[in-house]
Design a protein around this ligand. Sequence first.
Ligand SMILES: [Zn+2]
Ligand SMILES: [Zn+2]
Ligand SMILES: [Zn+2]
Length: 279
Amino acid sequence: MNGLPEKKMSEDAQNVNLFTGTKRKENDIPYGYCKCGCCQKTTISPKSCRFHGYIKGKPRDFIQGHHARLQPKGENSHKWLGGVSSNGHNRIIIYNPSHPKATSEGYVLRYILIAEKAMGKILERKHQVHHFNGITDDDRNSNLVVCESNAYHFLLHQRQRAYQDCGNPHYIKCNYCKKYDDPSNLNGHHVHSECNKKYQKAYSRPRRLMAAKSKEKLRLKRIEIKKFVVGLHNNGLTTRDIADKLNMGNATISRILNGKGAWKVDPETLEARAKEEAF
Ligand SMILES: [Zn+2]
Ligand SMILES: [Zn+2]
Ligand SMILES: [Zn+2]
């Protein structure tokens, strides 16, 4: 129509539904749905973008992240480095897409593969692998410890830290003074009873008292303001006059007079209660 030849989709990965494995035609996916074949509606673009190919007010081609599903994987990927790479956290990963723990790119952590080979079975999801010397890309057999759970792995790290810091792996750190001590000297929250007393005296109790005092101050201020406004109102002034006089909003004055929201304070009952407490 415009002189250009019609585009034809090649019969490669782009034409295969990733979930069913069947080949699909170009027109199978309706307008406004994700082109990866996941059958979900895409969002509407709030602005045009030449780089991404968005048009303002029209649905996007893909849900965010689904574009990568149509990209060639494994050896055909432009990032292919021979099947060995790093995951960005100093851990080495190996291409093994048939493994149950493989990521969407088909990579598995190398130390998991080595531990499974040594154990002779596939590790469960709750199992974790610990590096004895702390170097996470040192995956020699002698450096790996298979932990039965996350809790056991945490315990190993805690004992290692204690051994490095104070020379005794049984010791625990006090949460307040940050010093290692025998667990029998600490309470259930891993705190010295003396440290706990100091903390309560220095921070916790004053803060609670301060909060209570400021609340009480606010309430007393509100009572004074309310008394003043009600007195003016009883002298025959309208709400507008009072608002002009006090340089306040008309709505706040009416709220004070009607006792709504925070202005629900009742001066008489509060005074009576204060007298009762005093006697
Ligand atoms: Zn999709
Ligand atoms: Zn570890
Ligand atoms: Zn302490």
